[in-house]
Design a protein around this ligand. Sequence first.
Ligand SMILES: [Ca+2]
Ligand SMILES: [Ca+2]
Ligand SMILES: [Ca+2]
Length: 341
Amino acid sequence: MRPAPDSTAGNWSDCASGNLVIDTTVPVVDPVVANLVDAVAGGRVRRRPHGRAASRYATGVLIQTRGADHGVAARIARAEWFIDTDPGKGKGHALPAADGRFDSATERIRTVVSAKRWLAGTHTLYVRVRDLAGNWSRPTSAKITVRFRPLFADGFERGNLAAWSAASGSRRLRVTKGAALEGRFGLQAASAGAAAFVADRSPQKRDSYRASFVFDPNGSRTGGEGQVVFSGLGGGGGTLFALQHRTSGASREIRVVARTPRGFAAGEWLELADAPHAIDIAWFAAGDGELDLYVDGTTAAQLRNLRNGKLRLETVRLGPSANLDDSARGAMYLDSFTSSE
Ligand SMILES: [Ca+2]
Ligand SMILES: [Ca+2]
Ligand SMILES: [Ca+2]
């Protein structure tokens, strides 16, 4: 049915005669089976998942299912997966056919994908398939729970800073009941003038790192600078990533920045209400390195392709540590700090 090429634009050949088959039969995909496995090696399972339980912090997910198409010209041509939120048909992560080629009416799928950059917790993993004519199946799904090796946690419930590796500007840091966002105690850190932060040195040459904490600006003012309230540092003391907070007039905003070979990549400034917020930050060093910010459980920023594969995280700082403006005022509350690989 393709028009014959013609050197003169606008001239079309007669249609060739023939039978035209239009495939409107939507393919289907079997219920997905998703299991945690220990290792990912080029999409293959390095260790057999059968008869051996995956370790507690496994980050490979073995996906198994089968797509089937029916009727005339039936053929499965493509498969994809995604977690939690549907990115749109054709915009998921591609899945290979188990036999290496999508060339028949039914295709088995058996592959391992990495969950290393997922948020800890329970996710819904979806798979759908597409036929040659472009019809997508409805997705089927499976629940899968990932967890990551813990590094350090402190909710300030001992009433002091003893759990931390160091504290800077300790007269400006106070563990108080008034600052408790969870439990009985929280950290009150002065926003004004000079540094007021606690440091944790447990990351030690880490190439993947996640931290979560509760942050309440508590009416503090930053004086217009993007005050650093949480940051990760490398061996030489250079900043690898940071969460910044700034106020100007009635506006209050946060953003993340991450080191690249050419300086820093910065996320958009995001409006933040003056109230307690659950902050999650995930940093990954790799050629396609990444920094993710979640606010109150929702993705707020994703900086990708950071080309930061040579960087290693040594220490993190919680509390105002840089871009400290003389006109900053007040004190913020921080609580419930946890971190993992
Ligand atoms: Ca079909
Ligand atoms: Ca095949
Ligand atoms: Ca607490």
